[in-house]
Design a protein. Structure first.
Length: 193
C-alpha cells in the first residue's frame, strides 16, 4: 500500500524537475546566491533629463570575439539590452529589438546586447537564430549588470536601458519591451538636443 503514494510523489518530483528544465539549464541561470530572477512587465520608465545618472563604463568581449563598449558610441543614443538564451521573454522580445535597431540605425541609434549568466554555446546559437544585427557582450559572471545596481536589479532579465547622447540613463524597462513603447522612447530620446 505504501508503494503507491511513494510512486506518486516520485512521479510529481520528476515532473517538476522536467518542467523546470524547460526554462533553461540550472548552471546558466541565476542561482539563489546570485539573487533570484526578477520578472518585469516591460513598461518603460523615462527619467527627466535633470534626474538622469551617468551610465557606468560598459566594455567587454562580444560573442564573436570582438570588443564592444558604450564609450565607442559617445554622442549617440544607445539601447542596452540584458538577455540570456535560457530566458523565454528574451526570446519573445528579440524580433522587436532587431526591428527597432534596423529602423533607428540611420538616425544614429546604436544597440548593444549584454548576454547575462549564460553558457557561450547557447548564447551563440541564440544569436545565430535571431540574427539581431548588433553585437552582444558576453557577460557570464554578470559584472556589467552589477555595475548598473540601483537602476537595474542584477537578476532582472530581460532589461533594456536607453542611454542618451550625454551618456546618461534616460529610460529603463524591466521585462520584455513592447514594440511601440520602445520605438517611441528611442525616438523621443534621439530627438533631444
Amino acid at each position: 500500500m505504501r508503494a503507491k503514494p511513494f510512486a506518486a510523489v516520485l512521479l510529481v518530483a520528476v515532473s517538476l524537475v522536467t518542467v523546470a528544465g524547460c526554462a533553461g539549464n540550472q548552471g546558466s541561470q541565476p542561482q539563489s546566491g546570485d539573487t533570484r530572477f526578477i520578472p518585469g512587465d516591460g513598461k518603460i520608465v523615462v527619467f527627466e533629463a535633470a534626474d538622469r545618472k551617468p551610465a557606468p563604463a560598459v566594455e567587454g568581449e562580444t560573442l564573436d570575439g570582438a570588443t564592444a563598449s558604450l564609450s565607442a558610441h559617445k554622442g549617440k543614443v544607445v539601447v542596452l539590452n540584458f538577455w540570456a538564451a535560457w530566458c523565454a521573454p528574451c526570446r519573445a522580445e528579440a524580433p522587436v529589438l532587431k526591428d527597432i535597431a534596423a529602423k533607428t540605425k540611420a538616425a544614429g541609434v546604436e544597440f548593444l546586447g549584454i548576454d547575462f549568466k549564460d553558457r557561450k554555446a547557447e548564447a551563440l546559437a541564440f544569436e545565430r537564430s535571431q540574427q539581431s544585427g548588433y553585437p552582444s557582450i558576453f557577460d557570464q559572471p554578470g559584472r556589467i549588470a552589477l555595475s548598473f545596481h540601483g537602476t537595474v536589479p542584477p537578476a532582472a532579465i530581460p532589461s533594456t536601458l536607453v542611454i542618451d547622447r550625454q551618456g546618461r540613463i534616460a529610460a529603463r524597462a524591466l521585462g520584455a519591451v513592447k514594440y511601440n513603447d520602445l520605438l517611441s522612447v528611442v525616438t523621443k530620446v534621439g530627438d533631444e538636443h
